[in-house]
Design a protein around this ligand. Structure first.
Ligand code: GLN
Length: 474
């Protein structure tokens, strides 16, 4: 049986009904990995024994007649910038080649409390910097729908694993689109929660004011289940919010009547692929037919979002990446003295893109340039946030497109994703069809702060009312 094609909620029901065992399920996924991994390259490490040992625990629990949690025994992939105790966490960088974290990220603690079957650590662009998963220091990941294409990034390994049947769900991280963009490239669902919704403790920092962990899944129900499992206030992350956490599966109702959805005119920029634009317009038609009201809105500072993001993110990255100095942990390349050792370590072990960002970041932060670049970027960030605050006075959600698989359009595709991070808002990408070349297309819904519930309700309603086709690439 092709168990690897199913969703987490279907598999949960099958486990509870004793139609399958957790070990059988895990073996099914491991066999699929053996079949696909040489083509796809979704993983940096596969944790076979650990996965089977946990699956056995789940089976024993079911045999004892105990209740199991929604994700218990469901095989998944974890992006390799999320710390996993006793399992290497490399960030796809040579500088962390042999780094084995002595602790679990909070999201891992939460998931392990419900016997998470982790199949392995998923590939990414080095330190999550990039949008194609070609910047991994180990190997690129391929798009399961066409292995001559990129899967997007930086959570490309996570999205490709879910799309190819090499994992049922995955965790990714999103600093400027790294969950939503690969989800759209791979034809799966990806949610970036509100900044602060999910603890960042144990997520290797890229740009701390933008980073957020979130689910990559096959459908919206799974997305709500994973979000339920990972979110909540955490004393280990002072930026995590104390806001009450609803049960997100309660949002899974098909009802969008009178929901006001804004289409920002600035996102339908010239140069956007016609096929994508058509698919997005079609998605808005679906919402309209279901009773939602579509209104044009304006987010006037959108054109500055890329410049703002590419100052703030590298500035924070330059600071965060100072810790890789060859002293406390990570790789060390010897030198004649300590400064030489640090220089050699960082020169040899960081990749080109990471070094480029460290240089941009330090430049923007340096005396004399700070006001002109970094401080100005912070001010523009506020203007971008204010655009959304204004827009959300009149609408419940904002709908935008996502890009297809064309590296030349990477710049444009970041336009669709980074404003959400700069404003700290939740955003989801859900599949909305295929191009003529049979590459997936995604549509993005952006919500008010902490209003993942409305995003999930609209996404669920859309999903139940359209036929997006098979979510597994064969
Ligand atoms: N593509 C963006 C970048 O390169 C986003 C990356 C991310 O969200 N981690 O920075």
């Amino acid at each position: 049986m092709k168990l690897y094609e199913k969703t987490a909620h279907e598999l949960h029901d099958m486990l509870v009904a004793k139609k399958i065992s957790a070990v059988e399920l895990t073996n099914n996924l491991l066999a699929r990995i053996d079949e696909k991994e040489s083509d796809i390259g979704a993983y940096l490490e596969i944790t076979r024994e650990n996965a089977l040992a946990t699956a056995e625990k789940v089976d024993a629990k079911i045999a004892r007649g105990e209740e199991i949690a929604p994700l218990e025994g469901i095989p998944c992939a974890i992006k390799d910038n999320i710390c996993t105790k006793g399992v290497k966490t490399t960030c796809a960088s040579k500088i962390l080649e042999n780094f084995v974290p002595p602790y679990d990220a909070t999201v891992m603690e939460k998931l392990n409390a419900q016997n998470l079957v982790m199949l392995g650590k998923a590939n990414l662009d080095e330190f999550a910097m990039g949008g194609s998963t070609e910047n991994s220091a180990y190997h690129p990941t391929k798009n399961p729908w066409d292995i001559n294409r990129v899967p997007g990034g930086s959570s490309g390994g996570s999205a490709a694993a879910v799309a190819s049947g090499e994992a049922i769900f995955a965790l990714g991280s999103d600093t400027g689109g790294s969950i939503r963009q690969p989800a759209s490239f791979c034809g799966v669902v990806g949610l970036k929660p509100t900044y602060g919704r999910v603890s960042r403790y144990g997520l290797v920092a890229f740009a701390s004011s933008l980073d957020q962990i979130g689910p990559i899944t096959r459908d919206v129900r799974d997305c709500a289940m994973v979000l339920n499992a990972i979110c909540g206030n955490d004393k280990m992350d002072s930026t995590s919010t104390a806001a009450p956490v609803p049960d997100f599966t309660e949002s899974l109702v098909t009802y969008v009547k009178n929901l006001k959805i804004g289409l920002p005119k600035e996102y339908f920029v010239s140069g956007m692929d016609k096929e994508i634009e058509d698919a997005v317009i079609e998605a808005t038609d679906v919402f309209e037919k279901l009773g939602a009201k579509i209104v044009e809105i304006s987010l006037p500072h959108t054109e500055y979002a890329i410049a703002t993001y590419y100052l703030i993110a590298p500035a924070e990255a330059a600071t965060n990446l100072e810790r890789y100095d060859g002293v406390s942990y990570g790789a060390r390349v010897d030198g004649v003295d300590v400064v030489d050792m640090m220089t050699n370590t960082r020169t040899e072990k960081f990749g080109e893109e990471v070094k480029r960002r460290i240089m941009i970041g330090n430049y923007a932060l340096s005396a004399g340039y700070y006001d002109a670049y970094y401080l100005k970027a912070l001010k523009v960030r506020t203007l971008i946030q204010n655009d959304f605050t204004e827009a959300f006075k009149n609408v419940d959600l904002v709908l935008t497109g996502e890009m297809v698989n064309d590296p030349l359009k990477m710049y444009l595709q970041d336009i669709c994703t980074v404003p959400t991070n700069l404003a700290g808002l939740p955003g989801i990408s859900i599949p909305c069809g295929f191009t003529r070349e049979y590459l997936p297309i995604g549509v993005q819904l952006i919500g008010k702060p902490l209003d993942e519930a409305t995003i999930l309700r609209a996404a669920y309603t859309y999903e139940q009312n359209q036929n997006s086709g098979n979510k597994i690439a064969q």
